[in-house]
Design a protein around this ligand. Sequence first.
Ligand code: FEO
Length: 615
Amino acid sequence: MYCIKKITDDLIWVGANDRRLAMFEGIYSVPGGVSYNSYLLLDEKTVLLDTVDKAVRNRLMENVTEALGGRTLDYLIVQHMEPDHSSAIEDLANKYPDMKIVCNAKTLGFIKQFHNFDINSRAHVVSENDTLVTGKHTLQFIMAPMVHWPEVMVTYDLTDKVIFSADAFGSFGALNGALYADEVDYARDYMDEARRYYANIVGKYGTQVSMLLDKASALQINMICPLHGFVWRRNLGDIVSKYALWSRYEPEEQGVMIAYASIYGNTENAAEILAAKLRDAGVRTVMYDVSVTHSSEIVAAAFKWSHLVFASATYNAGIFIAMDELINDLVAHNISNRTVAVIENGSWAAASGDLIREKLGKCANINILDKTVSIKSSLKASQLAELSSVADAIIASMPGSSAGAAITAPETEVDPATMFKLSYGLFVLTAREEEKDNGCIINTAAQLTVTPLRVSISVNKANYTHDMIINTKQFNVSILTESVPFSIFERFGFRSGRDTDKFEGFDSVGRTNNGVLYLTEHTNSVICVNVTHVHDYDTHSLFVGEVVQAFTLPGEPSVTYQYYFDHIKPKPQAPKEQKSGFICKICGYIYEGDILPDDYICPICKHGAVDFEKL
Ligand code: FEO
């Protein structure tokens, strides 16, 4: 039986979940299952974006048939040819003989490699920024090579501002009935899996992910529809800001990830003592036994934390096997910009430390601390001071670290940051004077008394709404919710109503008994006030008034100022590091350096230097 989910009036999720898969790509455990997302656009033409893995192919076929409602399928857009998204191409081609397959030239080659049907007669080949008009919708194709295969492209719906992002912004984990990231506690339950997915699947291609983020930053995006995991319709910045950090190999958190390989527990003992010393100094730590925890978990943790400690036994004159695999994995995923400490153990000839240092030394911007501990079989009391030196060196390398320092009152008398710790809400304040409606954003609305029911607001005198309230002595406060998009703040907060109509093209409004507008969306309550007192405070007026009408609307919790900064306001981007290098025009591989050798061969697609161009 079909299982589909409506996203908009003309966009339907027709994907499927797999909770029986033991190993994704044969490498990565997926204890929470995995979703394969496929999206059907019902316009004058019908368009399917990608298919699914063969394990759930039948469900996709049922879903598409149901969602089409008797119509035929006009287009299949193939954004990514990895078989977990392309298994049903041939079935669909057989079922819908007139279906065109929209793909780029690289994809076309892959389709021929994986399938054995006549693709040429139905291929509609597109290039960067080409568009496909399907009726009401116009779809634009944006190439995203190496995110995660060379042929990857993403699709932007110019009409609804939806980006179909292929592997980008995806996650391990089945959907379990929900479809949107805001339906679950994503930060608590899914962000670790999103990081593990990113680090292991596309972590190697940070530069290419950055290039895609650059392209996407020029677009207005209301929704992200990835091939795995949840759809993002709110707080897009939560996942985009993570991708910005991950793609630049910048740590998310200051703290220490300790990975250890211990055969009889003595190396583990040293790692435990180090962790305890760091914790005593107020430093956050996580620990992994590399023999127990799969390297994909540890690679993901390495993408999260600022400092990495590797403690390893020596084995056959080398690094202990599981640790060696982890280090190789980290190097393969281009781990960069980390501070590293190493502890080695060896009963007759400790060698693992130098070997780990040598391997990680090849990665970009890895600061390997001089302080180290070399154990012969087991840690001795005389070596505790050496462990303390390692802990001290780690702490000293943490920028602005005050770990372990006594907390004292600073000298400054007024720290402006304290004001941000006050708990504020965010509101759209509206007024009407003659035929003119206007509104602005405020963060200071509070109940003053119960009987009579009074509220107060503080409004900057520069605001046009301020003058309207002075003249009319009435206003409305729409209490904003956590679902409020940043565009509301742009509309009501970043321009003046003196020279624009802030409500132009904005339909989500109603009028209260006083004739003043209020917001009907992203608002959970409305308070209408008649002003009784105005107090002058230089730059601001404090309006106090009696509540004459108030009602609640169905909605989410009220947004706080802190929530706005954490989830809604776009994060400032770090200045871009201008990389010098060359990009392979065939697969998107990037060679870093000023000069590309004439005999250079792309390690991904094996094309020569002639197929590279300067970044
Ligand atoms: Fe889920 Fe690169 O595919």
